[in-house]
Design a protein around this ligand. Structure first.
Ligand code: S3P
Length: 441
């Protein structure tokens, strides 16, 4: 049953088994729509995530002048030269959509206004507007937050910059703006973060220099004035969404499941490495490459887990997976210490606070600091039995519903509606695998 609004409750229902496909990758879905809309001509996208965040980006692409149609499960995007939209582009809860499109609007040489929901209006946009400002973009904002307006008509110049935070959204916004800048933009990434924009720009015919320099990180260079050539994109399954299914199998005795067609790009796969280090029986099978990205089927069995320390350097490759990792840690023997989490404070909610409050309510020994979270598991199912506040955060909602599939008492969440932003089929897939989640009004 899909949750339309209201809360939800999960409870123990025995082992999980069978196979389920992960929903399309959210990061790649946004990029496929944006790049398709920038490329003059028709691009076809299969496997697109039809979650609310991505549908907002599709609507923004239409407002900017592209034709975006869905027919028979395939999305066709007819790109065009972008025009200034009549109304503000509304991104609801989606930081990725808003930040990437800011860069693309700047690169297209047009103006546009950007708006979002209460959560998005609280998130920092200055991290994108500052480098765009260095390129000559003139923007108005509400103290570095939405609503934002990018003004048309400035000539952009290339920048040479160091990515202070390993943020793929910031990097992507700069690269998209660089497409319309005079000169060669150079970005130094001391710590690597997801590289879907680089891979997909290449697929759309853009020449991008990538030089790896060991411990110094990666150097990117992109010459402005390049046009995108339409192409077809096959979107692989989202490893961040698959992590909830994997976690459900890891913590529920007797389980064995396979999640098919999952993106296993090393810059996204930190969660899977971590749960293996915790003793998780997780195997990548049938590894292959699709649309320039590595993909595998992931087989997961219930496992006896032990706590570990996760290094700060790994954070960018599993930044969205810490809430569900904290749930897994609550089932493990001993202490799991997660470091380097400062970015979790500015996600869809303050995820360190949301996780800590929820776990404590479920009887778990948990503590946190500005950039760390520590969970002490007892090597057995935690108590559960609480109603957890999700703070309108889809990953908090799915994390605690996953916890309740194996905890001693059911776990309830106050609001399941945000799950539709990234994983609309979550309820159906859990139920297909044998888990029990009940929607509540
Ligand atoms: C994303 C990058 C990450 C991630 C987000 C998606 C992307 O954000 O948390 O869910 O698609 O580029 P940051 O760039 O803020 O780290």
């Amino acid at each position: 049953m899909a949750a339309q609004g209201g809360g939800a409750l999960s409870r123990k229902a025995g082992a999980l088994s069978g196979a389920a496909p992960a929903p399309g990758d959210k990061s790649i879905s946004h990029r496929a729509l944006i790049f398709g809309a920038l490329a003059c001509g028709a691009s076809r996208i299969t496997g697109l995530l039809e979650g609310d965040d991505v549908l907002r980006t599709a609507a923004a692409m239409r407002a900017l002048g592209a034709e975006v149609e869905r027919a028979g499960g395939v999305w066709q995007v007819d790109g065009a030269h972008w025009r200034t939209p009549d109304q503000a582009l509304y991104f609801a809860n989606s930081g990725t959509g808003a930040r990437l499109v800011m860069g693309a609007v700047a690169g297209a040489g047009i103006g546009a206004a950007f708006a979002g929901d209460a959560s998005l209006c609280g998130r920092p946009m200055g991290r994108v507007l500052e480098p765009l400002g260095m390129m000559g973009v003139v923007a108005k904002s509400h103290g570095g937050r939405l609503p934002v307006e990018i003004l048309a008509g400035e000539d952009l110049s290339a920048v040479q910059c160091v990515l202070a935070k390993p943020s793929a959204q910031v990097k992507s916004a700069i690269l998209l703006a660089a497409l319309g800048a005079n000169g060669v933009t150079q970005i130094h990434e001391p710590v690597l973060c997801r590289d879907h924009t680089e891979r997909m720009l290449a697929a759309f015919g853009v020449k991008l220099g990538i030089k790896d320099d060991g411990e110094a990180g990666r150097f990117l260079s992109l010459a402005g004035g390049q046009a995108l050539t339409p192409t077809n994109v096959s979107v692989p399954g989202d490893p961040s969404s698959a992590a909830f299914l994997a976690a459900a199998a890891l913590i529920t005795p007797g389980s064995e499941i396979t999640i098919t067609n999952v993106l296993v790009n090393p810059l996204r796969a930190g969660f899977y490495q971590t749960v293996r280090e915790m003793g998780g029986d997780v195997a990548f099978e049938n590894e292959r490459t699709e649309s320039g990205e590595p993909v595998a089927d992931i087989r997961v069995r219930h496992s006896v887990l032990h706590g570990i320390e996760t290094p700060a350097a790994r954070a960018p490759s599993m930044i969205d997976e810490y809430p569900i990792l904290a749930i897994i840690a609550a089932y493990a023997h001993g202490e799991t210490m997660m470091r380097g989490l400062e970015e979790l404070r500015v996600k869809e909610s303050d995820r360190i606070a949301s996780v800590e409050t929820g776990l404590a309510a479920c009887g778990v020994d948990v503590a946190s600091g500005e950039d760390w979270l520590r969970v002490r598991g007892q090597g057995q199912a935690p108590k559960g039995g609480a109603r957890v506040k999700t703070n309108h955060d889809h990953r908090i909602a799915m994390s605690f519903l996953t916890m309740g599939l194996a905890s001693a008492e059911p776990v309830e969440i106050d609001d399941a509606s945000m799950i539709a932003t990234s994983f609309p089929e979550f309820f159906q897939l859990i139920s297909r695998l044998g888990g029990e989640i009940i929607a509540r009004q």
